[in-house]
Design a protein around this ligand. Sequence first.
Ligand code: SIN
Ligand code: FE
Length: 290
Amino acid sequence: MEKQIVERDLADWKAAEADAALIAAVEAGKVLYFPSLHFTIWPQEAALLRPELLAKGKRNISLDADGTLKGADASLAEQAELAGMIGRFRDGALALVHGLLPAYQPHLRIAPTSFRPAEVQGRAQSWRADDRRLHVDAFPSRPNRGERILRVFANINPMGQPRTWRVGEPFEDVARRYLPRAKPYSAWQAQCLKRLGITKSFRSEYDHLMLQLHDGMKGDADYQKNARQVTMPFAAGSAWVCFSDQTPHAVMSGQFMMEQTLHLPVEAQYNPSSSPLAILTRLAGHPLVP
Ligand code: SIN
Ligand code: FE
């Protein structure tokens, strides 16, 4: 399998420059890995790196675009520190993406920024919610009609522990494997899901197929074990970027990470024909979004 992780030497979040090879790589679903791109935690923030700050039942502490902090069980002073730290990561992540992928800039929709202080290993959850299984990101309640999910991650583990992922085969290979087994789409059922408030908007055939790929991969023990994949320990003090709706990924271990999600219309890509929407439409042979 062609290399699914492309490494670059970069030490400054604001110094990234557009490079045709990196642009093509990320749009082909590869992970861009920056081993020396370090997100600095200030000395007074070191005390924030503890999972006890998570509110009960939460996996992340997040900062909305409007500055609202969610998911923290912390004093007012700690909440202000958390907002500062997470906001600084957002600025860095945006500078990185603007530098690497300048054509995206006017089209990006910025999702909340998250801080993930919990240890991944040993987390109990249902198979469908288990991100330790290879998957592409697709969310049952949030249809996106093909809009892209671009994510920036930074491992901020203070003990030097890597965040270890498995990264799988190219998207088209996943699609060719699971499309023939996908349950048929029902627009009638999608209407019901919307009316009942189970989905926030109408689930298109694209969204249905993406969920079928997500569930198909996660529910397939043989695929999890035997699919082409690489294990990738992202070092403490590193950062990486990928389209998580396209790159099969699984997180195996690690603790303390920052994450920024950015949404992008397919048409704003350098090469829209490399998108999951284009690939699935080609394979299905008919339009997948109304
Ligand atoms: C995921 O997006 O599946 C999880 C990534 C991580 O927590 O490292
Ligand atoms: Fe994921």
